[in-house]
Design a protein around this ligand. Structure first.
Ligand code: SF4
Length: 410
């Protein structure tokens, strides 16, 4: 979501004639913030402290993202020397107008309007979230759901594809809850409309919610050559008692049924999940239930986090954070080790197979990389003449837990 916001703001600034530059040469530093965990919020404050050295009367610090909803004008009081411009999420036109008023570049060299579309284009289809998971600060900082009209989403995707994007990623905190405000359609209808855009090679969507995922969506995915075979489906816990305390709205039985249906329709589907360990009340038995679920389902990726209370959430305000930090760490490390071996075993199954890779760019070693339809990252060896944006057939030679390596077909 933050990447999508940054891209959206960057597009507006570039179109208005601003250019990206290194911090030491820039006039404006913009901090797009995340507060989903305490560690993210701490990083925002650390960065703002760092910017005190950089700030001069001619330079501007602007802050946007979730911390603006959480702290608002307090930021100015807390960092008076920075005097930050506080930019609410999505209110970027007003921000650009304020910057224009602050910096008069009318005597300078006019810059051509610049586009900013890479291989992948992120489109937000829902803002906010109507769920109230007891550990989560998102509904408080991003508000209730606002859904973007299907026609507007399709128009933005068409524009991105015309500008060179090959892949579109539809985003929502709970993308499965999508409802076209001008019609009846849900996410299955939306992806069906977007996948028909001529020139679009791949379509992804995230993040799904087990309570809201409609069965028809899996059928639409299975029948499509454009929609990627990957589900980002956070389970959060493998214990029904903890799921109830988290107010997730489903039981593990339901989650397992979705996975079974998805794998029946798409046996090689990539499955990504999120798990929190050490949630209030998580006994060793509850933790073992989560461990068993991870072992049984064999996810491709598990994003693991230790529970940390976020003030303002139900769990932080009304539940006791009763799992000691050392025990949370032990559980985290246990699951990290488990998942590492599962991921290595799963990626090894790709060795010797032919896959299609959408090439995204060059890695830090100068090698081309991209993703297969199931979401795994792939490195291309001996890939002369291949450009980002191409879809190439690749024979997988080698696999580690995190990525595949292969040779493009001659
Ligand atoms: S569905 Fe996701 S974004 Fe919404 S409250 Fe739950 S965890 Fe937070």
């Amino acid at each position: 979501m933050n990447t999508a916001d940054s891209e959206s703001l960057a597009r507006k600034l570039l179109a208005a004639g601003y250019v990206e530059d290194s911090l030491d040469r820039a006039d404006v530093a913009i901090l797009n913030t995340c507060v989903v965990r305490q560690a993210s919020e701490d990083r925002v404050y650390a960065k703002l402290h760092e910017l005190k050295e950089w700030k001069t009367p001619e330079r501007t610090v602007a802050v946007t993202g979730c911390i603006v909803a959480k702290e608002g004008t307090q930021l100015g009081r807390r960092f008076p020397t920075l005097d930050p411009m506080v930019v609410p999420i999505g209110e970027y036109d007003a921000f650009v107008a304020d910057l224009d008023a602050r910096y008069d570049y009318s005597q300078g060299e006019p810059l051509p309007p610049a586009g900013r579309t890479g291989v992948s284009h992120f489109v937000r289809v829902i803002q906010g979230c109507d769920h109230n998971c007891t550990f989560c600060i998102v509904p408080k900082v991003r508000g209730r759901e606002r859904h973007i009209a299907l026609t507007a989403v399709v128009a933005e995707c068409c524009e991105a594809v015309a500008a060179g994007a090959k892949e579109v990623v539809l985003l929502g905190q709970n993308v499965d809850d999508y409802r076209d405000p001008d019609g009846e359609g849900g996410l299955a209808t939306l992806v069906t409309a977007v996948e028909r855009i001529p020139g679009l090679k791949r379509l992804r969507f995230m993040t799904s919610h087990p309570q809201d995922l409609e069965p028809r969506l899996l059928e639409v995915m299975a029948a499509s050559d454009v929609i990627c075979r990957e589900l980002q489906l956070p389970v959060q816990s493998g214990d029904d008692g903890i799921l109830k305390r988290m107010a997730r709205g489903y039981q593990t039985r339901h989650y397992r049924a979705i996975v079974e249906r998805a794998r029946t329709l798409m046996p090689d589907i990539g499955l990504v999940t999120d798990v929190i360990v050490g949630f209030p009340g998580e006994s060793d038995e509850a933790f073992q239930n989560t461990r068993r679920l991870i072992e049984e389902i064999e996810f491709d990726v598990v994003h693991l986090a230790m529970y940390s209370p976020r003030p303002g959430t139900f769990a932080a305000d009304k539940m006791q954070d009763d799992v000691p930090g050392s025990e949370k760490l032990r559980r985290l490390n246990d699951l990290l080790g488990l998942q590492k071996s599962i991921a290595a075993r799963k990626t090894a199954r790709w060795v010797g197979r032919d896959v299609q890779v959408l090439v995204e760019g060059h890695d830090e070693l100068g090698r081309l990389y991209g993703r297969i339809r199931q979401g795994k990252r792939a490195i291309l060896l001996k890939a002369s003449g291949i450009e980002p944006g191409q879809v190439v057939d690749v024979r997988v030679l080698h696999a580690t837990a995190g990525q595949l390596t292969g040779l493009p077909a001659a």
